[in-house]
Design a binder for this molecule. Structure first.
Ligand code: ATP
Ligand code: ATP
Ligand code: MG
Ligand code: MG
Ligand code: MG
Ligand code: MG
Length: 270
């Protein structure tokens, strides 16, 4: 552009720092909703889990994967989502701030853009924000351990929140009493409280809530109708053909064990 002609002000560019991500590493961008404890209350999220909110998070993450390049897998729970760029990505010359801000702004604008599709009756009262961070993982093991860490976090929090809100909603406890009751309890104790006092088998809770949401690219067959002109006819004719298309698909399964990775060997590079 014309700005190529240098002005005397141009030197200020030297103040920019190099934030190129180390080659060969997976680049993970994790977003987290800003002050969603308050946001969820103001927007009447169902407790402990609002399915509309989870659906909107997933829809926004899908938009990130479709609009940006090189995200091979994303994992989300609660008000957070992690996006993994492939190791060989050269998108925006691997500049951390570019990648992170593109993820965060695409996600935030999608969250607002699709709000009405998920919260029909509930108006959006103020613009939500998301923070972002970038972390590099040099090996497949490190990356898998990162994702395992987030899914384990999902499990711990969801077991706690399910117990906490069951004590309140079904047990009639106050929030302070419920907190007291759960203080110092282990996972087994919480399972036991749910089972013997409320007849809830935690393992039967929806996998969406227990495992979070994993988004990956998958080839799916799709029926496409198109108009074709036949050689000996004047008119066009509508025909349906099957096309294989890559799509972002959600999973709510365990990603800590080997099975998921064996079933989807293309996600990780060797
Ligand atoms: P990149 O993603 O690399 O930033 P870009 O297309 O956004 O690509 P910019 O150098 O940021 O490139 O330039 C922004 C362009 O957006 C301008 O060149 C102009 O065409 C358009 N644009 C921005 N604001 C306005 C405006 N207020 N009115 C008309 N055009 C605008
Ligand atoms: P920070 O800005 O530091 O992230 P925060 O209030 O967002 O603060 P988090 O630790 O990120 O704190 O917790 C997010 C909170 O948002 C949860 O504790 C929960 O109260 C609420 N929340 C997020 N998603 C849902 C959901 N789907 N249903 C109900 N509540 C939710
Ligand atoms: Mg936080
Ligand atoms: Mg948050
Ligand atoms: Mg959070
Ligand atoms: Mg621009």
């Amino acid at each position: 552009s014309r700005a190529m002609a240098k002005s005397k002000f141009e030197y200020v560019r030297q103040f920019e720092t190099d934030d190129t991500c180390l080659r060969n590493c997976y680049i993970v961008v994790r977003l987290d909703g800003r002050n969603f404890h308050k946001f969820s209350e103001k927007h009447n999220f169902a407790k402990p889990n609002d399915n509309r909110a989870l659906g909107l998070m997933t829809r926004s993450a899908q938009s990130v994967m479709e609009e940006l390049e090189d995200v091979v897998i994303a994992y989300g729970q609660s008000d957070e989502f992690s996006f993994v760029f492939k190791r060989t990505s050269t998108w925006f010359k691997r500049r951390a701030s570019k990648l992170m801000t593109h993820v965060a702004s695409q996600f935030s604008s999608s969250y607002v853009f699709y709000w009405k599709e998920y919260f029909a009756e509930q108006p959006l009262l103020y613009p939500p924000g998301f923070d972002g961070r970038v972390v590099l993982y040099p090996s497949n093991r490190n990356l898998r351990d990162y994702l395992s860490w987030r899914q384990a976090d999902c499990h711990v929090n969801n077991l706690y929140n399910t117990s906490f809100w069951t004590l309140i909603q079904k047990g009639g406890l106050t929030t302070i009493q419920a907190e007291e009751r759960l203080k110092g309890t282990l996972a087994a104790d919480k399972n036991e409280i749910l089972f013997s006092d409320f007849d809830i088998n935690y393992n039967n809770e929806p996998t969406l809530l227990r495992k979070g949401t994993t988004l990956i690219w998958e080839k799916r067959d799709e029926a496409v109708t198109k108009m074709v002109k036949l050689p000996n006819e004047e008119a066009q004719k509508e025909v349906t053909v099957t096309r294989s298309r890559k799509r972002v698909c959600p999973h709510h399964c365990d990603i800590i064990g080997d099975q998921f990775w064996e079933e989807h060997p293309d996600i990780l590079e060797r």
